[in-house]
Design a protein around this ligand. Sequence first.
Ligand SMILES: O=C(O)CCC(=O)C(=O)O
Ligand SMILES: [Fe+2]
Ligand SMILES: [Zn+2]
Length: 489
Amino acid sequence: MYETNQRETCSQLTQPTEIPAEADGNYVVEVIKNNRKKHLIKTNLYRPHKSPPKPENLFPKVPVIVCNTAEEFYSQDLKNFCMHPKNPVSIIRGGCKAAGINLEYFTTRSMVKRAPNAPIEIRKQTVQSPDFNVNNGKVIWLCSSPREWKPLRTYALYQSRLFREKNAHENPNVITYGEDLDFGTNLDLSDEKLWKAELEELGKLPYWIQYKHEKNLLSYVGQPVLGVNTVQAYIKVPGSRTPGHQENLCTCAVNINIGPGDTSWLSTPEEYWPALDELCKKNRVNYLEDPWWPAIDELIDAGIPVHRYIQRPGDIVFLNAGTPHWVQADGFCNNIAWNCLPMQKFHFDVAVERYELNLQRKFQSLVPMERVTWNLAAAGLELDFEMFASVRYFLQRSMFTLANSVKFIKSKGIKIIQQADDQQLRFCEDCDCELYTLLWIKDSGNSDEVSVPYCKDCAESKEYQSWVVVQQYTVRKLQIMYDKLKLKW
Ligand SMILES: O=C(O)CCC(=O)C(=O)O
Ligand SMILES: [Fe+2]
Ligand SMILES: [Zn+2]
């Protein structure tokens, strides 16, 4: 029988090169500079994998791991289970309570008290069955919802008024199809001064699900990426829905339901995303860019299994690398969520693979993978051999690309300005790709003009003639960082 989630990752940037991962930076530079040895670093074109065939069971069960004690919650077994590539989703029940984590910090009342004027994004939606999306009486996948902003306290009044109207004290999950609703989404809790107590409380979670930790690769971005390495809150009334998506760069998702009502989740294992991508095309929505809500019937007809589960107050939903999911509130509830990227080959490879897909589709990777990986190396971390090798192959290719680009720029007689990295995240103005070492800038001769950076390909495709290139790292500087990465013996 086909075992789910056992696929080989097809990241081209972490595939072995013909330079051993253990070889030092000096050797890598030697290869890079030697025309006769260049073939030792090759990178093929990235091609997504094919989704597996229809599984026997299209409605697989979701594991619920009950933690009765803090020991269970903090155990290595729980971590290994949740992160195992075979487990796309796990519900952790009881852990927060056992560990004495006070979720009261995230009730609407507490958050409004803390930051009444914080702006919250509002999505106007209609209450409907989670089995499909209806618009003007028709089932369609596109589920756009108009957006506006309100102060938190205004939205909080709406949530509590509706709560009283529905008499939700008796039944916290009251749903009436067809009514209009406002969903308060992506409330930003990134301000570490303002949300100090709240964020400290989350520091009691096991380290591998913390939003900030030295073992979470997302901490190596070096700055906040909202909702990715910072916490966001979702404040819901019944029917509020978060459309289908994978997390940015297929990172893991951690989501805690604060209650009082439940939230319903639907998801499919990561390796079915190409099939889902196909279905999105068929339904005329862009998988990466549009908001969409799948019709379950169509998924089942296409042989895509669906995990369906209810997240109760206090439950943590842990989504493993790249699990596509869509979420709808059954009752009145708040959720808090963020991402994690564990330092394991599987998670790293899947993230880099998505980085490659995003580059192909010109979709922005909010997580700057090149920066993260170089920062990780510079931090001198110790990695197990598998992860170490993946990281080293990625870095070798990054050095190789830089060397080739510099050579190209020099051959064209374009001026290069050396400028130390200011750790600012930059993306190409045209294609949104990450710019780590080289920034192509129009040389207008007017230093007052704001300099907008481009990548090599976009710069080359323009009519414009006079470019300067800012170089933030030399190959030698990268070599030093390359050598800092340690192998755990
Ligand atoms: O609670 C929600 O609606 C957001 C769910 C989600 O997409 C996540 O936590 O990753
Ligand atoms: Fe999500
Ligand atoms: Zn570009």
